[in-house]
Design a protein around this ligand. Structure first.
Ligand SMILES: Nc1ncnc2c1ncn2[C@@H]1O[C@H](COP(=O)(O)OP(=O)(O)O)[C@@H](O)[C@H]1O
Ligand SMILES: CC(=O)N[C@@H](CCC(=O)OP(=O)(O)O)C(=O)O
Length: 287
C-alpha cells in the first residue's frame, strides 16, 4: 500500500510540470554512441512516448555518425572529418543517405511503434521537411555535399501532433533543385528548434554535460551563461565534438528557443529528469 501511495504522490508532484509543458514543443537530438546502445535508446524512446502521452510535442532529430563510419568501412571508404564535419563525396553521400534517411530513420520509428507509441519518419523516402543548400565554407575549403538547413516545413511537423505521432527527422536536407546534402546533426536539431520556436532543445549525448575537465564527470557545470560558454571554447576547455554542440546551443538561444540542455542519454530517464525536476541532470545553457 505504501508503495502505491508513493507512486500516486510522484504523479501528483509531476502534475505542475506536466501542466507547464502541455502543448509545448521539445526538440530532442539523438546521436553518437546512444544510437548503438539498445537499452539506453529504448529508455529514451519510452521517455519520449511518455512526453507525448501527457500532451507535450516531442520532435526527434537524429544523427548516426558511428553507423555511417561502419557502413563506410564496409565499403572500404576512410572517414574524413574537416573541423568536425564529414567530407562528403558522391559515394559517401549515397551511404549517408542509406544509413540516416533510410535504416536509422525507419528503425527509430519502428521502435517507438513497438513500444506502444506512434511515430512518423520524415525523410526523403517519405516526406522531406528539411530544405537547404551547400554549406558555405571559408578558405575555399570544399566539404563536398555537406549542407545546412535554410528552411523547415513546419506545417508537416506540427500537423503530426493531431495524430499523436512523434516526428523523426534525419540530419539531411534537400536543395530546391533536389540535391541531397549531409548535415551535422547538432546544427540540424538547432534549425528545427528555431523554426518551431521550441520551448526546449535537448542534446542527448554520451557525457553528463559540459565539464571544466572533459574527462571528469564530477566537474559538470549545471548552469552556463552564453558568455561563459564562449569563454570556455576560447580557453580550450570545450573541445572536439562539444564545440558544434555548444555553438548550436548559443545560436539557438539567440533566436527564440527558451532553454537548451546537454544531457547524458545513457542515464536512465535523463530526459524526463531534465524536464520534470527543478535542478535537472545535465548542463543548461542560458542567455
Ligand atoms: N568541456 C567538455 N565537457 C564535456 N565533454 C567534452 C568537453 N570538451 C569536449 N568534450 C567531448 O565532446 C564529446 C561529445 O561530443 P560528440 O562526440 O560530438 O557527441 P554526440 O556524438 O553525442 O553528438 C564528449 O564525448 C567529450 O569527449
Ligand atoms: C556533415 C556531417 O558531419 N554530418 C554528420 C551527420 C551525422 C551526425 O552528425 O551524427 P552524430 O550526431 O551521431 O555525430 C556525419 O556525416 O557524421
Amino acid at each position: 500500500m505504501e508503495e502505491a501511495i508513493g507512486k500516486a504522490n510522484t504523479l501528483i508532484e509531476a502534475m505542475g510540470w506536466i501542466r507547464r509543458f502541455r502543448g509545448k514543443t521539445v526538440v530532442i537530438k539523438l546521436g553518437g554512441s546512444l544510437l548503438d546502445d539498445d537499452q539506453a535508446l529504448m529508455h529514451i524512446l519510452l521517455d519520449v512516448i511518455f512526453m507525448e502521452s501527457v500532451g507535450m510535442k516531442p520532435v526527434i532529430v537524429h544523427g548516426g555518425g558511428k553507423a555511417i563510419n561502419r557502413a563506410l568501412a564496409d565499403s572500404g571508404i576512410e572517414p574524413n572529418f574537416i573541423r568536425g564535419r564529414r567530407y562528403t563525396d558522391q559515394p559517401t553521400l549515397d551511404i549517408v543517405a542509406k544509413v540516416l534517411a533510410g535504416d536509422l530513420n525507419v528503425a527509430l520509428t519502428q521502435e517507438i511503434e513497438r513500444l506502444g507509441g506512434r511515430a512518423m519518419n520524415l525523410s526523403f523516402d517519405t516526406t522531406n521537411v528539411l530544405f537547404g543548400e551547400k554549406l558555405p565554407t571559408e578558405d575555399d575549403e570544399d566539404l563536398g555535399f555537406v549542407g545546412h538547413v535554410t528552411r523547415v516545413d513546419r506545417s508537416v511537423i506540427e500537423g503530426l501532433s493531431y495524430t499523436d505521432q512523434v516526428p523523426i527527422i534525419p540530419s539531411m536536407c534537400q536543395g530546391e533543385d533536389g540535391q541531397k546534402y549531409n548535415v551535422n546533426a547538432d546544427t540540424a536539431a538547432m534549425a528545427v528548434a528555431q523554426a518551431l520556436g521550441a520551448e526546449k532543445l535537448v542534446f542527448l549525448s554520451d557525457v553528463n554535460g559540459v565539464r571544466t575537465d572533459k574527462d571528469d564527470a564530477k566537474t559538470i557545470i549545471h548552469s552556463l551563461s552564453s558568455d561563459d560558454a564562449r569563454k570556455l571554447i576560447a580557453d580550450g576547455v570545450i573541445v572536439g565534438g562539444m564545440i558544434p554542440k555548444v555553438e548550436a546551443c548559443l545560436e539557438t538561444l539567440g533566436r527564440g528557443v527558451r532553454k537548451v540542455h546537454i544531457v547524458d542519454g545513457s542515464l536512465r530517464h535523463s530526459l524526463l529528469l531534465e524536464i520534470f525536476t527543478t535542478s535537472g541532470v545535465g548542463t543548461e545553457i542560458h542567455q
